[in-house]
Design a protein around this ligand. Structure first.
Ligand SMILES: [Fe+2]
Length: 215
């Protein structure tokens, strides 16, 4: 696996956030933490501490293409090119695969701002790979992490729809995300939400101040 260490990933993210500050960096941190928590429970993801850390790093760097500025689909290619230059091929792959719960260029949520050549590259890239558990894990974690914390997947999907709109593939995308969640839950034997602290508070805005006073 060609991945940076956690410390290297942190430095890369600090630099990226300086170049393009925004909520995407906090979102990335939560994706990393979700990946760590779910990987720890997953029988297919080998629960060794080094491997768990690797899955966390993959989550942390999946949106690093945002270092190049405010872009839409281009952030996948920018992240891929940047991490390939650094020699981190495994992490680079996730920069592309995380936006494709369905392996189809027509089925994405964000605006298409890639050139014809870049589109051809993406098409060939996707045609040349089979999604593995790591791709699926980061797709899942991307869909349950707001910049403020972990949340119900349905909330995150609506959050994306409110910001980017919907299209005629949206329902299919949402079903694909829910299917990925179900597959992981079948493997880990519990709800993913039981592994993620703060889901209720972050999804429903429930604060402890709303609790009745203790008797
Ligand atoms: Fe993301």
């Amino acid at each position: 696996m060609t991945l940076p260490t956690r410390e290297q990933a942190q430095r890369l993210m600090q630099e990226a956030e300086r170049l393009n500050p925004g909520p995407w960096a906090r979102h990335s941190w939560y994706v990393a933490e979700a990946a760590r928590a779910i990987a720890q429970r997953h029988p297919g993801l080998e629960p060794e501490s080094t491997k768990i850390a690797q899955q966390s790093v993959m989550g942390y760097l999946h949106d690093i293409g945002r270092r190049a500025g405010k872009t839409a689909m281009r952030h996948t290619l920018d992240g891929y090119a940047f991490l390939m230059e650094q020699g981190f091929e495994t992490a680079a792959r996730l920069c592309i695969t995380h936006v494709f719960p369905i392996k189809d260029l027509q089925a994405v949520a964000c605006q298409w701002d890639c050139s014809a050549a870049e589109t051809a590259f993406l098409e060939a890239f996707l045609a040349g790979i089979e999604f593995d558990l790591y791709d699926r894990l980061i797709q899942l974690c991307d869909a349950i992490a707001l910049p403020t914390g972990f949340c119900l997947m349905e909330k995150r999907l609506i959050d994306v729809a409110l910001r980017h709109g919907v299209n005629d593939r949206s329902i299919e995308r949402w079903q694909a995300f829910l299917g990925i969640q179900q597959a992981f839950e079948a493997d880990i034997g519990c709800s993913i939400y039981t592994l993620l602290p703060g889901v209720v508070e972050n999804t429903f805005g429930f604060e402890s101040s709303m609790l009745p006073p203790a008797e």
